[in-house]
Design a protein around this ligand. Sequence first.
Ligand code: TEU
Ligand code: CA
Length: 537
Amino acid sequence: MKRTWWKEAVVYQVYWRSFLDTNGDGYGDLEGVRQKLGYIKELGADVVWLNPFYVSPDKDNGYDIADYYRVMDKAGTMEDFERLLKEAHELGLKVILDLVVNHTSDEHPWFREAKASKTSPKREYYIWHDPVDGSAPNNWRSYFAPSCWKYDERIAQYYYHSFAVEQPDLNWENEELRHEIYNMMRFWLDKGIDGFRMDVINLLAKRKDLSDVDNPYDLSYLANNPGIHDYLQEMRDEVLKHYDCMTVGEIPFVAPKEGLLYVDETRGELDTLFHFQIADEMPTWDMLRFKQIQRDWYEGLNGRGWNSQFLNNHDHTRQVTRYGNDGEHRVASAKLLATLTHTLPGMPYIYQGEEIGMTGVKFDSIDDYQDIAMKNRYAEEVGKGRDPKDVLASLQLLSRDNSRTPMQWNAQKHGGFTDGKPWMPVNPNYERLNVETDLSREDSVFHYYQQLIRLRKNNPALIYGEFTDLLPEDESLHAYERKLGQVRFVIVLNHSHETRTLPFSIDAQSLVLQNVENGTDGLLPYEARIYMTPTAR
Ligand code: TEU
Ligand code: CA
């Protein structure tokens, strides 16, 4: 496989509304991101991924776009963005934006026109169906609602929405619509951005067979429908191949065989993908399943397509809470999880705050939760007569709000995130868990991330090396090898609360990174070790 800048890169995801507020309105903003570019550079990341900042009514925190060409007031101005981009490039950082083209906001002018009348020129930019026997065309759910069909009285038709009612899906069968999107993509690429993270990009093509599904809660019928690869190959031909840019597709509901179709270098669609066999299908840590998934994706893509490694993002609970231990072993387990994502095959993604081991939250009231997915599901379940306390408890661990609490910069009020009232409560642990504290301690999570990133950057074996699972059957010990030419790395992780013995003999001199102080032979709880031979110092 050819070597590229993005295959060697580490991506830092900035959920700007929770990153740094510089005008006291309680929301993070693009100026806040610009002010912290030096921090991101110091960590060692190469690419900044910005979640959507386009004009939006913010029903789904910017994933409901009403104008693709303008910056929403909350985030700042186009000048703020252009200054951010310029300074990022001056620092040697690349910037990728979120491309959200499966749907728009219901306040987008296209949708306003489309729903005004059946003969509107923009009507076919969206997906409309007549009622069937007086109700919705079928039993399909959406991600955020019990039905993916919303009835519009005015014109007595339903429109299709894979997410919230306020997020009508675009009709990608309409060629004029597709070219509107390609023009918009060129607008941002011509500003000098370095690529796109493509929001649920495998949902663009819709199932033609409208019959009911057996299990509407298995949303896979929304994705991977015939025609999707034609759209992505057209997008590559019309836009992407004309720029030096990277693309990462958010691709739920695929296993390796189907995932390869999106990132196979010979097919000319996307460069790399996020699959969700961990984030969506592994609610808590399951070592054997995790190992199987890593082997399957390595074997499925090796030599043909490029994977990503992430264990949290703005939609998924912070990894140290979900897959590590956010109590007594928080620091060690945060470093262990980072060791996984930075030494397994694929592009590592760091979600803001992960680099200091920020944790998830548990609010006592549904009123403290902001996310539409959480609030809609809570209302639906309580509406069935379930006890509200039980419903809240059942939704808390995987609520997307867990990862959206503001960045904790220091021990000052609101963690130094804002001088105003934060749009969302700051995690109460900010006084002891914050960037300033981590920067002041040599043994902090932050400094371990720096060492990991540096080790990976200096050693192609950790990027392009062969991967071999050395302990496929062990439920708490993880050991695998990365090998390229004469260079061999062995990574050993004790993903448990117990001390474990090293499962094989290895030259102690070849130890190049360790996440805990340990003079014994045994592996302490959540201990991670990286061995390298020959040892290049
Ligand atoms: O997420 C798709 C989505 O529904 C995820 O929440 C899902 O759990 C998983 O990550 C993919 O299976 C994208 C955005 O990341 C999310 O924030 C938006 O709400 C959503 O699309 C709609 O644009
Ligand atoms: Ca602000």
